[in-house]
Design a protein around this ligand. Structure first.
Ligand SMILES: [Mg+2]
Length: 231
């Protein structure tokens, strides 16, 4: 059965993302060195980010608020005001870094567009995701762009219905097992997992046991070949 709709994640699927968050986390680890070791700071960041997701959503701005919260928690009343200033600067860097495409993305998008309608599906801060898409120069490549607050099975079910496609003829590809692969499979679609280094702990999950509509690929460039083998 051919694939009609090809949905692609953006962050760490089309362009680099986690390396910038990792850089910001390294900055806060260094800033908080007088108060806590690296392990404690990273553990507090993961806990605080997870707790704040339901309030702030995903993205660089909520990450910045979590950095401030962790600095206040670990530094207490001894935290210098300059630390907050430095965290805000690290947060602005996160929002302003240049978009760096992963290898061979443009040629891969050309190959995929010959096989189905392309839809970009990304979560995070609306303004920031729109800015990154504009800076990437890839906007024209997609039939539709969906910036969602979270990626659940319902998100994908609604998306497939809106695009008038049978889920069995839809594909989702991305670097997150939790947000790209598992909910798309639950919604009845095919899913490709393309892991990247520096994965965020929140996005890690077990691979699906039923592997019929699932494939792990080493790069997005392998996706057109898998789609051809399905057809
Ligand atoms: Mg991603």
């Amino acid at each position: 059965m051919p694939i009609d709709l090809i949905c692609l994640d953006a962050d760490d699927t089309l362009w680099h993302n986690m390396r910038f968050f990792d850089r910001a986390e390294q900055a806060i680890v260094a800033m908080l060195e007088p108060f806590a070791d690296a392990g404690l700071t990273r553990e507090a960041m993961a806990r605080t980010e997870g707790r704040n997701l339901s309030l702030y959503g995903y993205g660089a701005k909520s990450f910045t608020l979590s950095m401030i919260e962790v600095a206040l928690e670990l530094g207490g009343d001894d935290l210098p005001v300059s630390a907050v200033r430095d965290i805000l600067a690290a947060g602005r860097d996160l929002l302003a870094h240049p978009v760096e495409l992963l290898e061979d993305i443009e040629a891969t998008l050309t190959a995929l567009a010959a096989r189905g309608r392309l839809v970009l599906v990304t979560k995070g801060d609306l303004f920031h995701q729109e800015a990154k898409l504009a800076a990437s120069g890839l906007g024209e490549r997609f039939a539709a762009v969906e910036i969602v607050s979270d990626k659940s099975a319902e998100t994908f079910e609604r998306l497939f219905a809106r695009h008038g496609v049978d889920p069995a003829r839809a594909m989702m590809a991305g670097d997150s097992m939790r947000s790209d692969v598992l909910p798309a499979l639950t919604a009845g679609a095919w899913a490709a997992f393309i892991p990247q280094p520096l994965a965020w702990s929140h996005e890690v999950a077990e691979a699906p046991a039923d592997a019929a509509r699932f494939r792990q690929l080493s790069t997005l460039a392998e996706l057109p070949g898998w789609i051809d083998s399905i057809g």
